[in-house]
Design a protein around this ligand. Structure first.
Ligand code: SF4
Ligand code: SF4
Length: 164
């Protein structure tokens, strides 16, 4: 996996123009069964890819924290939301709460998340490849294929199924 992750940004760069073209077409004319297709591709990929051997999203990117996330996690730590924010979060250019630093402070050396049951919604949903109306998050997916090997593979499978 280590080697795969090292090569991923380069592989994503090589596919970027092709992927961009593909997603532009997809947005214009999404197939009727897109939600169903994505759910099948997502499931098949995550049968092969074990996030515990990877954790690249937690190591390199980290999620956005909504106010609900902050309240839930602060409650878990029996602390005040403002204290949790002070310790772990900063506000980014888009005015969202994000991690002060990566790798995420809640990621263990064994790649387990120490706040798994209360983790942010964005962590639960990453890499968003089984969400409904997948064609509406093209720009996000174009970025995620450079971070997430599963998202990269899913997009490659999509292109095979639907034609580049
Ligand atoms: S979601 Fe993607 S980047 Fe995150 S751990 Fe799983 S395979 Fe790796
Ligand atoms: S909260 Fe957990 S799942 Fe989310 S980035 Fe941190 S370690 Fe990963």
């Amino acid at each position: 996996m280590k080697e795969k992750l090292e090569q991923l940004p380069k592989r994503a760069r090589e596919k970027h123009i092709e992927n961009k073209r593909f997603f532009t077409k997809l947005k214009k004319r999404p197939p009727k069964n897109l939600d169903y297709m994505m759910s099948e591709l997502h499931e098949a990929e995550f049968k092969k890819t074990d996030c515990l051997t990877c954790a690249n999203c937690c190591k390199t990117t980290g999620p956005l924290f909504t106010n609900t996330d902050v309240e839930r996690i602060a409650k878990h730590f029996r602390t005040k939301p403002s204290k949790f924010i002070d310790e772990y979060l900063r506000v980014d250019e888009e005015n969202d709460y994000v991690l002060k630093k990566v790798p995420c402070a809640f990621l263990g050396a064994d790649n387990y998340c120490s706040i798994y049951n209360v983790r942010p919604k964005a962590c639960r949903e990453f890499p968003h490849t089984d969400r409904k109306k997948f064609h509406q998050i093209n720009n996000l997916t174009l970025k995620n294929v450079a971070i997430c090997p599963a998202a990269f593979n899913i997009v490659e499978e999509m292109k095979k199924k639907l034609g580049k």
